[in-house]
Design a binder for this molecule. Sequence first.
Ligand code: NAD
Length: 511
Amino acid sequence: MQHPGPAAPERFPARERCADGAQFVAGRPARGTSGRTHTVVDPATGEDVYAYELAGADDVDAAVAAAREAFGTWAGATPGERSDAMHRFAAVVAERAEDFARAESLQCGKPLKLSREFDVPGSIDNIAFFAGAARHLTGQSAGEYSGDHTSCVRREPIGVVGSVAPWNYPLQMAAWKILPAIAAGNTVVLKPAESTPLTSLLLARAATDAGIPDGVVNIVTGTGPEAGEHLVGHPDVAMTSFTGSTAVGRRVAAVAAGTVKRVHLELGGKAPFVVFDDADLDAAVNGAVAGALINTGQDCTAATRAYVQRPLYEAFVERTAALMETVRLGDPFAAGTDLGPLVSHAQRDRVAGFVDRARAHARVVTGGRAPGGELAAGAYYLPTLITGAPQDSEVVQAEIFGPVLVVLPFGTDDEGIALANDTPYGLAASAWSRDVYRTGRAAREIRAGCVWINDHIPIVSEMPHGGYKASGSGKDMSAYSFEEYTQLKHVMSDNTAKARKDWHRTVFGDR
Ligand code: NAD
């Protein structure tokens, strides 16, 4: 195990770099005016690394006003102009990649290799993708559908988008929310999770430095019930885009209904990992450990329920537990660390609670405790594998959001697919087999927004990400998400030049 070490200055100098506050409004950093402060804690050490003033309703109002003011000019820019600015934005983030990686690892406890090789390049790719997509909104061709008129469709931006993001991938979630919205000509007010504001602030700063006009990207960092709800319910916010838990998503949808705005919800997940008896066992074991432990299991698509067909079940459990035990927990900034802490001590205790309650009816094969020793001050939890849990039990049904994999056996293919579908969630799933008919069936019949075949986790900017069932509605990334940040207008022009149109007879006589 690696030593967590002291919070050395080389981690990321958050106090210095975000000295002017954790709000970003109209192109400038600002302090929150709620009268309350919040402290960002390094989950690897438990040390305070940045204290800031939380946003209140007035700060949200100021950010929404700035976004409204910027909307006319930004929406009126040509797609080419928006695209150019966004390409520069991608370049500025790429120049500052190491800063982004360190800030993300500091506030989340992610191993630096994950921030450097996944979060940051993924976000840069996302900005570059939407910079290109800005010039490629497509629509139906104009036509004479009534015979007497020419119809065409205008795809227009919606206005100010109020976005709310979670703490597990703060940079990527900010990118997924901001980029499709501004590519389409909207302006954005983003509320990051209060525990992880640093990379959203760096992102807004990079947008401004790249020449994206002031007010197009604004950040308000406050609590969910105060700043979040005020943003969601704001009458000048035309669309709410939320990523977070299903419970909060329900509340967000209810608040947004008060002003009848468009709502985009990316919610929780409980991804099944279905291993058929002809699968490559090596590949499935490696895939299960990587898919369950990425980001310390705090991933909405993480593999959480492995269903393994009986002939492979015993070997899968034994080998997966053995591989989990080789994963090196340690300080996120130390070379050689595979797995960091959870995002907070509260999240670690929540995960431990799920595992402890499961002991009454299930077996903890490996893990199931905090490591202690040199890592005791951090929010660490050992990779955990559970067997024997009933299908209707909490660890099988609820989102744990930690490094915990439940493994259960199944008999027939029908049973495996039925079990995979048997939770309220439907965000992602994977199927493991060498038989294309089996994997094809799994792809068709598992009700989830993404089904991987013989892999679990990879994402690409070109493809949509979003849930079925209680995992939400709407898509992030891809041209599909771009379209969600636009509204369609039908423009219908009379071609006859007649004062009395034929259809008027239905209103004032048929002479
Ligand atoms: P959360 O729901 O607790 O919080 C998400 C955000 O909502 C935070 O910014 C929070 O401050 C804010 N919030 C809380 N209460 C609010 C309210 N009443 N009104 C408005 N905003 C409010 O989620 P979390 O714990 O930060 O993140 C983990 C969750 O996010 C998991 O359920 C995970 O599956 C989900 N997630 C989903 C996706 C996806 O793409 N579907 C991606 C990442 C995370």
